[in-house]
Design a protein around this ligand. Structure first.
Ligand SMILES: NC(=O)c1ccc[n+]([C@@H]2O[C@H](COP(=O)([O-])OP(=O)(O)OC[C@H]3O[C@@H](n4cnc5c(N)ncnc54)[C@H](OP(=O)(O)O)[C@@H]3O)[C@@H](O)[C@H]2O)c1
Length: 247
């Protein structure tokens, strides 16, 4: 089924992890893909090769999205390349986990700028394009941590909770332009982000998950593709793909 044929999708942080799988699955449905990465060019190049094998166009765009001017510039470059942007997936994100007693201003700012500032900046730049098209699908990757909180993640939780609130507001403002804005909230998912967590803590985490395992990045990607391809009347929602860790 190539129901996204002719559409252009940007996926931020698509060199690896969840973003890579989102890019691959959107490509399988026929969309041309702009892969954003920050530092891992060879990983991004590998994703490009995998996508090209499916017969659609894919290009890599380096941008450090922790800076708003660079985030806006990414949108402008993709628009210049294809002349339209139909789907924006804000996936790039980082953690800098510390308890509040140890958290520094730098830890706070790095996580808020990368995770939340980038979402604001890319959305604000893409809106004029999508409003003119009278079409847009924006999907922001949040986390169950933004809903529930998590020990040692005050900065991350604030950034992800902010994404949920931002998503709902933007959905309200953009509905009349046929632009839907939704959030996907993964639970603990097997990527390098989770690999940073020490083994003994990983065991404690699995014990908290009713389904008894971590999520797979492709399982998160399927929800994104559903919203992009079939979510015409879904807006302002958060879809939890979390194995039941937060209900
Ligand atoms: N894994 C989980 O358990 C989990 C759970 C809930 C939510 N999430 C969310 O899902 C999203 C993806 O997470 P993941 O687990 O796939 O992470 P990951 O494996 O660590 O990959 C992070 C991606 O973000 C990119 N990135 C990091 N900083 C960036 C910056 N300043 N500018 C542009 N790109 C940047 C990285 O690019 P480079 O490769 O170039 O560095 C990479 O492509 C994040 O928003 C995360 O918060 C993850």
């Amino acid at each position: 089924m190539k129901d996204l044929k002719g559409k252009v999708a940007i996926v931020t942080g698509a060199s690896r992890g969840i973003g890579r799988h989102i890019a691959l699955q959107l490509a399988q449905r026929g969309a041309d893909i702009a892969i954003n990465y920050c530092s891992r060019q060879s990983d991004a190049d590998n994703v490009i090769r995998e996508i090209e094998a499916t017969g659609v166009q894919a290009l890599a765009f380096q941008a450090d999205l922790s800076g708003m001017p660079e985030a806006r510039d990414l949108i402008r470059k993709v628009q210049n390349q294809w002349g339209h942007i139909d789907i924006l997936v804000n996936n790039a994100g980082i953690t800098r986990d510390k308890s509040m007693r140890k958290l520094t201003d730098d830890d706070w700012n790095a996580v808020l700028d990368t995770n939340l500032g980038s979402v604001y900046a890319t959305c604000s730049e893409v809106l004029n394009i999508m409003m003119e098209q009278k079409y847009g699908r924006i999907i922001n990757i949040t986390s169950f941590v933004g809903q529930a909180g998590n020990f040692g993640q005050a900065n991350y939780a604030a950034s992800k909770g902010g994404i949920i609130a931002f998503t709902k507001t933007l959905a309200l403002e953009m509905a009349k332009y046929n632009i839907t804005v939704n959030a996907i909230a993964p639970g603990f998912t097997e990527t390098e982000m989770l690999a940073q967590v020490p083994e003994n803590i990983r065991e404690q985490i699995i014990a908290r998950v009713p389904m008894g395992r971590f999520g797979k990045p492709e399982e998160i990607a399927r929800a994104v593709v559903f919203l992009a391809a079939e979510g015409d009347y879904i807006t302002g929602q958060q879809i939890n793909v979390n194995g039941g860790v937060y209900m």
